[in-house]
Design a protein around this ligand. Structure first.
Ligand SMILES: [Zn+2]
Length: 359
């Protein structure tokens, strides 16, 4: 039998200045009782617009919770329990990754749709049917795959542009990986014939994301730093929030995220997820033996937008810790299986050393 192609997406994605206005108008198709979930900061920024949009369309905000600090099992269970008493028709998650992932998981527990309103650009969690669960002290626990994506995703650029510019840089760092990882993933499935193959659409989105970052990334960072919400910023927000999210969800992570996971286990990383992933993407590209110009292009782009290009920029990692991180990435991390050939620690270490020497 020919391999199955699968693709999962949200039903509606809206991006632009002031689009939170349309939230209620679009959400009413799913009922008239909302459960709004978010963090304190996100709801202090976007909460009024969210409530106004819902209520002006006849939707009762029957529950409002602004206590999400981390996406934990405990918080998800607590909010789902609250929801069971009130029977909302949908959950509206407002905020960054933690609030969004919590809202999606709560909606899943209540068997109702989720709707997402993003408030910053560091995460591409908004559109995906996944929640990443952590312990109270932010240790990764598990990633759960939900049966469906949020039905509506709202990215109001007026709100996103007010978040610190570093968030946009971190979001770009994470999104940078998706072209390299999805291409590796496609090759792995083709070679191993062990599961659904990615659609051409998903691979095209990964490519579009990469091109958009290269073309608009630097301008976008400059503009957001100066409080300007320009066309370049819009392009980058779409690349992070839609293209990278749909690409990674419909393909898979590979060596870049495997190495990220290995490095974070050293306990000495001072950098954010997107920063570590950007560096690890350069390592993956070098490991794959991509053309020197391509790897050099990645390095200079990362330099230009202030993403790390050397190990020492991420934190203190001595030789032993690095070896352990690389061994973990190649031998234990589940993302390594998405490389066409099982990565050898010695080859990955060689790629890292070459980058350190600026070769
Ligand atoms: Zn990531």
């Amino acid at each position: 039998m020919d391999p199955i192609r699968r693709m999962t997406t949200p039903s509606l994605y809206l991006q632009g200045k002031g689009v939170v206005y349309y939230l209620g108008q679009k959400a009413v198709a799913y009922g008239n009782k909302a459960f709004v979930v978010g963090g304190e900061t996100a709801l202090s920024v976007a909460g009024d617009s969210v409530r106004k949009s819902l209520e002006s369309n006849g939707i009762d905000v029957s529950l409002w919770d602004s206590t999400v600090k981390e996406c934990t099992k405990g918080k998800i269970d607590e909010l789902a329990e609250k929801g069971r008493e009130v029977h909302p028709h949908f959950v509206v998650g407002v905020g960054g990754g933690k609030a969004v992932d919590t809202a999606k998981a709560v909606a899943w527990k209540l068997k109702i749709p989720s709707i997402i309103v993003g408030t910053q650009c560091a995460t591409n969690a908004d559109t995906s049917a996944e929640s990443v669960i952590y312990t109270e002290d932010h240790k990764f626990m598990e990633s759960i795959v939900l049966p469906r994506n949020p039905v509506i995703v709202i990215e109001d650029t007026d709100i996103l542009c007010k978040a610190p510019y570093k968030y946009l840089v971190w979001g770009m760092g994470d999104a940078l990986s998706c072209k390299f990882e999805s291409e590796a993933y496609a090759k792995a499935r083709d070679r191993k014939k062990d599961g659904p193959v990615p659609t051409g659409a998903a691979l095209a989105l990964a490519d579009a994301c990469y091109k958009s970052l290269m073309e608009h990334g630097l301008n976008a960072v400059r503009h957001v730093r100066n409080g300007i919400c320009s066309a370049d910023v819009d392009e980058v927000i779409e690349a992070v929030k839609l293209s990278s999210a749909m690409a990674f969800e419909n393909t898979g992570c590979a060596l870049a995220h495997a190495l990220h996971n290995g490095l974070t286990r050293t306990g000495t990383m001072k950098s954010q997820h997107g920063e570590i992933v950007a560096y690890c993407t350069i390592v993956q590209a070098a490991y794959e033996g991509r053309k020197k110009e391509e790897v050099a292009g990645l390095v200079s782009w990362c330099d230009s937008v202030d993403l790390p290009t050397r190990l020492s920029m991420l934190g203190d990692v001595d030789k032993t810790a690095l070896k352990r991180a690389v061994d973990y990435a190649c031998e234990k991390d589940h993302n390594a299986k998405n490389m066409p050939d099982k990565p050898k620690p010695s080859d990955v270490l060689r790629a890292i050393e070459e980058l350190e020497r600026g070769k």
